[in-house]
Design a protein around this ligand. Structure first.
Ligand code: GDP
Ligand code: IMO
Ligand code: MG
Length: 434
């Protein structure tokens, strides 16, 4: 009954989509466990590019059952659009199932997200404006709609009649200029989503438990990353869910002892979208060069991602809080041509050397990185497939990252395409450390 969690070790966009797609060949189920359409996971197959926001990244394989677990917040209009878009490109989406317990992102959540960010102005979080925070807030307040409500007109109308006046009042109070939401129009939209998704709304927890009992292998595909986690990231510059591996249990419908391996995904440098402290951020032409070579523009919002050197301080923390058993390293190819590569191994805070990830965002904001330097390599890496194809300086850099993490790096990605992958250890799905 193997269950492997795929988790981002940085601030998201580490290449979880590519890694999940690559590993899907060897498993039967792929389960999204948190987040919503704030995620943008890219898969490149030959000349075809797929950008997935809600549908799990295993969907391109006919043998995979893709599940959207109860911890995900679902914008049904986005989900329907994504399913239709995939079907139009010849992808069979009939096996996709979405939990009856997923909370629904309604149009007023998107309005609330935009309005509260606008009100915060420069102090904003820099959210994706997808209504993620407001939908999770309603879930915690126990006033949200769940996917099952889209199939029950009476419950739907009762809940919306209670909630919508409060939403309109709040939006009007903070000066939102949009028209007030009308209950009847929302009921009509929600019922039409229910009609479209009826066959796909299911009890995904029972499905995954039965599958594990039968001995199938399941991947749990995290969205965002450890440093954006509501509890473990630098609050408040975080998302509103639990991207860490523990989130796969609560949001995917499995128990902690069912997780057999945790694969951390990271890139060879760092990026961050949105606001918040970022000690190794590069504001010079080296950063600009990495951003351009790496096409560091958001998959969901198109925003230019902030770029920085690799930071081993939060890496050690991420390995611990996720109990990472092995790592997949992406985008090594993007560092080709840089003379000297820097790697942050510790911070200086108030004149003291600090190797632990600081607990507060204020402390992270005061951290000055302490770097080790590595000689770069001029060669392009896109054609590398075996460790021997990597230049010695690239191998030394990968070795340093693995040593700092304290767990093995099994795969190194050297391009966006599925096959642009160097296999260092041919058992990337092997069970975790004991
Ligand atoms: P995710 O959110 O973690 O799935 O990552 P994104 O898809 O948002 O961002 C990763 C971007 O890098 C995508 O455009 C991928 O196609 C691309 N990518 C992934 N791995 C590699 C790699 O090794 N090299 C290069 N050049 N691009 C990569
Ligand atoms: P994937 O799964 C990178 C960031 C936003 C913002 C913060 C809160 O593709 O790695 P939210 O809309 O979630 O309330 O925004 O989180 N963010 C991401 N950054 N990759 C993502 O997803 C992200 N999803 C949210 O930019 O800083
Ligand atoms: Mg992304």
């Amino acid at each position: 009954m193997p269950a492997t969690v795929i988790v981002g070790l940085q601030w998201g966009d580490e290449g979880k989509g590519k890694a999940t797609d690559f590993l899907s060949e060897q498993v039967r189920w792929v389960v999204r466990y948190q987040g919503g359409d704030n995620a943008g996971h890219t898969i490149v197959l030959g000349t075809e590019v797929f950008k997935l926001h809600l549908v799990p990244s295993g969907v391109l394989y006919p043998h995979i059952v893709p599940l959207i677990g109860p911890g995900v917040v679902v914008n049904p209009a986005t989900l329907i659009g994504e399913l239709d878009g995939l079907a139009a490109r010849g992808v069979d989406t009939s096996r996709v199932r979405v939990s009856h317990a997923c909370h629904v992102i309604m149009p007023y959540h998107v309005a609330e997200d935009r309005a509260s960010e606008a009100r915060l102005g420069r102090a904003g979080i820099g959210t994706t404006h997808r209504g993620i925070g407001p939908a999770y807030a309603d879930r915690a307040s126990r006033v949200g709609l769940r996917m099952e409500d889209l199939l029950d007109e009476t419950a739907l109308r009762r809940k919306l009649e209670r909630l919508v006046p409060d939403k309109n009042a709040w939006l009007a109070q903070i000066g939102d200029e949009g028209r007030p939401f009308a209950v009847e129009a929302l009921v009509e939209s929600a019922l039409s989503w229910g009609v479209r998704l009826r066959e796909q709304i299911a009890d995904t927890t029972t499905l995954i438990q039965d599958a594990l009992r039968a001995g199938d292998h399941a991947l749990f595909e995290g969205a965002q990353g450890t440093l954006l986690d509501l509890d473990h990231g630098s609050y408040p510059f975080v998302t509103s869910s639990s991207p860490v591996a523990g989130g796969a249990c609560t949001g995917g419908g499995i128990g902690p002892l069912q997780v057999t391996a945790v694969i951390g995904i990271m890139k060879a440098y760092t990026t961050r979208v949105g606001a918040g402290p970022y000690p190794t951020e590069l504001l010079d032409e080296i950063g600009e060069g990495i951003a351009m070579r790496g096409h560091e523009f958001g998959t969901t919002t198109g925003r230019r991602r902030r770029v920085g050197w690799f930071d081993a301080v939060p890496l050690r923390y991420a390995v611990d809080v996720n109990s990472v058993s092995s790592i997949i390293l992406n985008k090594l190819d993007i560092l080709s041509g840089i003379d000297e590569i820097r790697l942050c191994v510790a911070y200086e805070i108030n004149g003291r050397r600090v190797e632990r990830w600081p607990a507060s965002a204020e402390e992270v904001a005061r951290a000055k990185p302490i770097y080790e330097t590595f000689p770069g390599w001029p060669e392009e890496l896109h054609a590398a497939r075996t460790p021997d194809d990597l230049p010695p300086n690239a191998r030394a850099y990968v070795g340093a990252l693995a040593a700092l993490a304290g767990v093995p790096i099994t795969l190194v990605s050297v391009g966006p395409e599925r096959t642009q992958t160097v296999i260092l250890d041919d058992r990337p799905l092997a069970a975790g450390r004991g």
